[in-house]
Design a protein around this ligand. Structure first.
Ligand SMILES: Nc1nc2c(ncn2[C@@H]2O[C@H](COP(=O)(O)OP(=O)(O)OP(=O)(O)O)[C@@H](O)[C@H]2O)c(=O)[nH]1
Length: 305
C-alpha cells in the first residue's frame, strides 16, 4: 500500500480476543471510553481481522479453545505485518511460570482476572501511547512530509529485505522511476510554493495505484518518484507506469510553458529477477537510463526494458 495514516488515542483501534462473550463485552465497555473496540471470539478470526484491518493493540484472553492466546501472540510477533502490535493478556493464571509464558510469547503487558477497570484502562492507555509515538517516529523517519509518500530512507532500508525475499521465491521486482516534466519551468512560471502544491497533487494521484500490501511509492528526490513493485513482471510494471502517467495527465494541472500545456510525467521501468547481480543503485540506474530515453522521445511516456 502506498500510504500510512496518523492517529490519536480516540481514533485508535483495539482488538479484543476472548471466547467468553460476557467477558469481551465487559472489556469493550470499559475500554470504549479510551478508543475504538472490536471483538472476535477466537484466535483464527483475530488473525483474519489483522489481515484486513491492522489494530493498534490487542487484548487477548490466554485460555481459549483451539489456538490459545499464547500461540496467537507468538504468531502476531513472528509476522512482519503485525510484529509491532502490542499484545496485553487477560489471564487468571498469575503464577511465576504462567507470567513467564506470557513474556516469552512476546506480550507487552498482562492484566489479572478479575479485571479491575482502572488498571486495564491505564495499561491499555500506556501501551497505546507508546505505540502511537513509535508510529509517529516511524512516519517521520520513513515518510516525506510534503507528499506523505515514503522517502529515500524507506527504500534504502526495505530493498535488501525485499531483494532477499524475492530472490528466495524466484520472483521479479518491478521498479519505475517517474519524473515531472519541465518542472523547473513550472516553478519559474508559478512559483516554488505552487510547485510544492503541484507535487502533492501528483503524489495523491499516483498513490491510488498501489494495490498490493508491499507495493511502495517513494519520493526519491525533488520531483522524482519511485514505485517499488514486488512480484511484478515487466508487462505489468509497464502497464502500471502507463496508468499513473495517464492519471497525472488527467489531473489537467495547467503548465503553460510545457509543450503539452499541462503537468505530465515521464517514466523509466524495469523488472529484475536475479538479485544476486543487482544492488539497488544498479536497478535504479537501469530505470534511469529508460527515463532518459522517455524524455528524449518527447516526455509524457514510459520506456521499459
Ligand atoms: N517546488 C518544488 N520544486 C522542486 C522541489 N524539488 C525539486 N524541485 C525543482 O524541480 C526542478 C527540476 O528541474 P530539472 O531537473 O532541470 O528538470 P525539469 O525542468 O523537470 O526538466 P525535464 O526533467 O527535462 O523534464 C528544479 O527546478 C528544482 O528546483 C520541491 O520540493 N518543490
Amino acid at each position: 500500500m502506498f500510504q500510512l495514516a496518523s492517529k490519536n488515542l480516540a481514533s485508535s483501534n483495539i482488538l479484543i480476543v476472548d471466547d467468553d462473550e460476557i467477558s469481551s463485552t465487559l472489556i469493550a465497555a470499559i475500554l470504549s471510553e479510551v478508543c475504538q473496540c472490536f471483538t472476535v471470539s477466537n484466535a483464527l478470526d483475530a488473525l483474519d481481522f489483522c489481515e484486513n484491518n491492522l489494530p493498534d493493540l490487542m487484548v487477548v484472553d490466554v485460555n481459549m479453545p483451539g489456538m490459545d492466546g499464547l500461540t496467537l501472540c507468538k504468531k502476531i510477533k513472528q509476522s512482519k505485518a503485525t510484529e509491532d502490535v502490542p499484545v496485553i493478556f487477560i489471564t487468571s493464571n498469575t503464577g511465576e511460570n504462567s507470567q513467564n509464558d506470557c513474556w516469552q510469547a512476546g506480550c507487552s503487558d498482562f492484566v489479572p482476572k478479575p479485571v479491575i477497570a482502572q488498571t486495564l484502562i491505564h495499561r491499555v492507555k500506556n501501551q497505546l501511547l507508546s505505540k502511537l509515538r513509535l508510529d509517529a517516529i516511524m512516519k517521520m523517519t520513513f515518510h516525506d512530509s510534503l507528499t506523505g509518500l515514503y522517502n529515500r530512507n524507506y527504500i534504502t532500508q526495505e530493498y535488501p529485505i525485499l531483494a532477499r525475499q524475492l530472490n528466495r521465491d524466484q520472483q521479479p521486482l518491478g521498479l519505475i522511476i517517474f519524473d515531472v516534466d519541465n518542472f523547473k519551468q513550472y516553478n519559474d512560471t508559478y512559483g516554488h510554493l505552487q510547485g510544492d502544491i503541484c507535487l502533492a497533487r501528483v503524489a495523491d494521484a499516483m498513490r491510488k495505484f498501489g494495490r498490493r500490501a508491499r507495493d511502495a511509492l517513494v519520493r526519491f528526490g525533488g520531483e522524482e518518484f519511485i514505485a517499488l513493485l514486488p512480484n511484478t513482471s515487466l508487462t505489468d510494471t509497464t502497464r502500471l507506469a502507463n496508468q499513473i502517467i495517464q492519471a497525472v495527465f488527467n489531473l489537467n494541472i495547467p503548465h503553460t510553458t510545457s509543450s503539452l500545456g499541462r503537468v505530465t510525467l515521464s517514466a523509466g521501468a524495469v523488472s529484475v529477477q536475479n538479485f544476486d547481480q543487482y544492488v539497488l543503485d544498479e536497478v535504479i540506474e537501469q530505470a534511469d537510463i529508460n527515463l532518459y530515453d522517455a524524455k528524449l522521445e518527447g516526455k509524457n511516456q514510459v520506456v521499459a526494458s
